[in-house]
Design a protein around this ligand. Structure first.
Ligand SMILES: [Zn+2]
Length: 142
């Protein structure tokens, strides 16, 4: 089955052939396009900074349960049932430079994406695509 989503690439003219290697994080094609475009803009291999991309419902549930038990180091997973990680439409990026993180957040939000730095609880490593119009379960992950 084909992925019936339209890609909403933030940079006109970007094609799939423009994709850069981003490792084995099973991100959606749309997220790959966003990262490729951001990499080109910032000239930084963002793919190397990915802490977490796609997460299965089981993995997400496991992380949420750990979070609920108070193990709050690392990945924030609330609210896990609506997480964009379930479709590879979110990435957590380990960015040491606070300035770069803010610049990327600005770039990301200017194109309609969401940055976890504005979430409650705050989740600065988290970057996700604009709000989707379909249920995550209607989206083919392949
Ligand atoms: Zn995240």
């Amino acid at each position: 089955m084909a992925n019936f989503r339209e890609y909403r690439c933030p940079v006109p003219g970007w094609q799939e052939s423009s994709l850069v290697a981003i490792g084995d994080h099973h991100l959606s094609k749309e997220m790959q396009l966003w990262l490729a475009a951001a990499e080109a803009h910032f000239k930084i291999p963002l793919g190397n900074l990915i802490i977490s991309g796609f997460r299965s419902p089981e993995e997400n549930k496991r992380l949420q349960e750990a979070w609920d038990k108070g193990l709050r180091e690392g990945i924030t997973t609330r609210p896990a049932d609506r997480s964009y990680h379930l479709t590879g439409d979110a990435v957590d990026l380990h960015i040491e430079s606070e300035m770069l993180q803010k610049e990327l957040a600005k770039w990301w939000e200017a194109r309609g994406g969401k940055w976890g730095g504005r979430f409650v609880p705050i989740d600065k490593p988290h970057f996700q695509l604009p709000r989707r119009t379909q249920s995550v379960f209607e989206i083919n992950l392949v």
